[in-house]
Ligand binder design. Structure first.
Ligand SMILES: Cc1cc2nc3c(=O)[nH]c(=O)nc-3n(C[C@H](O)[C@H](O)[C@H](O)COP(=O)(O)O)c2cc1C
Length: 329
């Protein structure tokens, strides 16, 4: 029997298959069913920085009028920490009681100053780790790539200073220089990188002449970018790497591990099938492949296809491109 154990963010997982943030990780019953179906860990549906802030402004409005000016100022200074949404924390507490698998909380965040003391509450509620979902469209015409990145780094640094929990960062693939950015996060003490966040896809309704956001599930075809970047980053960061995006069968999970990922995450596969038995099927696919190849444990093959020779800065990408072009000629 193959050993599928892995370490992710310093947590021991029974297999490398994690359910990523989404509607199925939003309530206790569903998370219990995911555990039953074989999920090794879950990332909770993200709480958004705006939610934390809105809650706080609601509280401010309620407090206005019957509180002294000085007291108001004092409260306002630490409102995000004191009055963050309790429902999310209650959910973590309830999940912690209900399931044994690691629970990774998730915050979609832009600016540290607005919410970061809330991270401590997440820690106290019993989460095993915290994933920072750096999902943000850079639409400020005056903000350069360097400034965008340094703002993100400041945010992560502030969270790391706040909590002892392992912290991971879910990245977008649209960074100008992903490798040095990932290395800075790693050096800072981040315990894992999740490649990648999947933006809501913009659609245009040509009759209404308006924009809308359609539910957009992935297919295995979107896996390529995750594979390439994991192969590139693996030799350069100490922290864990998880692939999110395009894992639907055991084959994609095998590919993720071969390029050096410590875990693979699924979300769309659950939605498209609407049946949690897909978790077992993916793991069975991995086990069958390992059996065929004579591998006993993930360490026997993990990272076999990672890129390690980056001395010219473009070895992997260019070599593959030249080879492909040669084959097509
Ligand atoms: C309906 C839906 C809701 C999602 N909500 C979140 C979220 O709240 N936070 C987050 O970090 N990712 C969210 N995601 C992204 C998924 O966690 C995942 O990274 C992405 O769908 C790519 O993985 P997949 O190909 O397995 O779907 C959501 C995805 C879907 C389809």
């Amino acid at each position: 029997m193959a050993n599928l154990k892995t370490s992710y963010l310093g947590l021991e997982l029974k297999t490398p298959l994690v359910v990523s943030s989404g509607p199925f990780t939003n309530d206790v019953e569903s998370v219990a069913r995911l555990e039953q179906a074989g999920a090794a860990a879950v990332v909770l549906k993200s709480i958004f920085e705006e939610q934390i802030r809105d809650d706080v402004s609601g509280m401010v409005a309620a407090l206005e009028g019957d509180t002294s000016g000085v007291a108001m100022e004092y409260l306002r200074a630490d409102l995000p920490g004191q009055l963050g949404p309790e429902a999310y924390l209650d959910k973590i507490v309830a999940m912690r009681k209900r399931v044994k698998i690691p629970i990774i909380a998730s915050v979609n965040c832009v600016e540290a100053s607005k919410w970061v003391s809330y991270a401590k509450k997440i820690e106290r509620a019993g989460a095993d780790a915290l994933e920072l979902n750096l999902y943000h469209m850079p639409v400020d015409p005056d903000e350069t790539a360097g400034r965008v990145e340094s703002r993100r780094l400041e945010l992560v640094r502030a969270v790391l200073a706040e909590v002892k929990l392992p912290v991971s960062v879910k990245l977008s693939q649209h960074y100008t220089t992903l490798l040095p950015f990932a290395r800075m996060l790693d050096a800072m003490g981040v315990k894992g990188l999740v490649l990648f966040n999947r933006f809501l896809q913009t659609e245009v309704d040509i009759e209404k002449e308006s924009i809308y956001f359609a539910p957009d599930y992935s297919s295995p075809k979107v896996l390529h970018a995750q594979l390439r970047w994991t192969a590139v980053l693996r030799g350069w960061v100490r922290c864990s790497i998880a692939i999110s995006g395009g894992i639907h069968t055991g084959d994609e999970l095998v590919k993720a591990l071969l390029v050096g990922a410590d875990a693979g995450c699924i979300c769309s596969a659950l939605h498209l099938r609407n049946d949690f038995s897909v978790i077992r099927e993916i793991l069975d696919g991995l086990t069958a492949w390992m059996g065929r190849k004579g591998y006993q444990a993930l360490a026997d093959f993990r990272g076999k296809l990672r890129e390690t020779d980056l001395r010219d800065g473009q070895g992997f990408e260019r070599a593959q491109y030249v080879k492909a072009a040669g084959e097509l000629a």
